[in-house]
Design a protein around this ligand. Structure first.
Ligand code: BO1
Ligand code: ZN
Length: 228
């Protein structure tokens, strides 16, 4: 089977038909990303969450779809509804996949966490153009431009300094935004964007011109707006 892409005959409109394992991409009713509307905000429904990220070592890979930082440290966690999720990796999309009140951002970071049952919880962080981001500088100064070019050097990233201070978020149930588009993913999209410089954003956009899945139908899903 041909590999999936973000445009043309193997682009998002065709993912569902490309492989029987990808049917959710075409037929799923709880797909991501979606537009998040402030006026839909409700509180308390899903219970509070807590993000506990700290300084951690990562290894960068270019997997052809994004640049992914694989995390070794099991100490980075998110808790939601009394369940603990451990950070496995983070990666980026340009432009953003989620929008808030129709607004699309330059970049979106996805922090992918898993619990002991392999259920995924993704923390989405929206990025606008502004000041250089010192916390992400160690990653964005050495983005591997091709699938072969990654070095094996561990990179230290202070994730606590990367997240916005305000942890208010849209919490909803959706899917992986790439094949196999598996549903049942907890999404925690932080309302407050972070800033990165034009140079930092461009260094990613030069490698991946557009690696965002188009908006999906909300189909009446409840979006809860809450703080930790
Ligand atoms: S995303 O954050 O919705 N863009 C996203 C998309 C795909 C994955 C993760 C996040 N992929 C899956 C891998 C699994 C892995 C899981 C959690 O991520 O295919 O093998 O267990 O890391
Ligand atoms: Zn992603």
């Amino acid at each position: 089977a041909p590999h999936w892409t973000y445009a043309g005959a193997t682009g998002p409109d065709h993912w569902g038909a490309m492989d029987p394992r990808f049917t959710a991409c075409g037929k799923g009713k709880d797909q991501s990303p979606i537009d998040l509307e402030s006026r839909d905000a409700k509180s308390g429904k899903n219970g509070a969450f807590h993000i506990a990220y700290e300084k951690t070592d990562v290894a960068l890979v270019n997997n052809g779809h994004t640049i992914q930082a694989n995390v070794k440290d099991p100490n980075d966690t998110v808790t939601l509804d009394g369940d603990t999720y451990h950070l496995a990796q983070f990666h980026f999309h340009t432009p953003s996949e989620h929008t808030t009140d129709g607004q699309r951002y330059k970049l979106e970071a996805h922090f992918v966490n898993e619990d002991s049952n392999k259920r995924a919880l993704v923390v989405g962080v929206l990025v606008r153009e502004g000041k250089p981001n010192p916390g992400l500088a160690p990653v964005f100064s050495q983005l591997p431009a091709s699938e072969e070019s990654a070095s094996n050097q561990p990179i230290s990233v202070d994730l606590a300094s990367v997240l916005p201070k305000d942890h208010r978020a849209f919490v909803y149930t959706g899917s992986l935004t790439t094949p196999p588009c598996t549903e049942g993913v907890h999404w925690v999209v932080l309302e407050q964007p972070i800033e990165m410089s034009r140079e930092q954003i461009d260094s990613f956009a030069r490698i991946f011109h557009a690696n965002n899945r188009p908006l999906q139908k909300a189909n009446g899903r409840e979006i809860d707006d809450e703080s930790e």
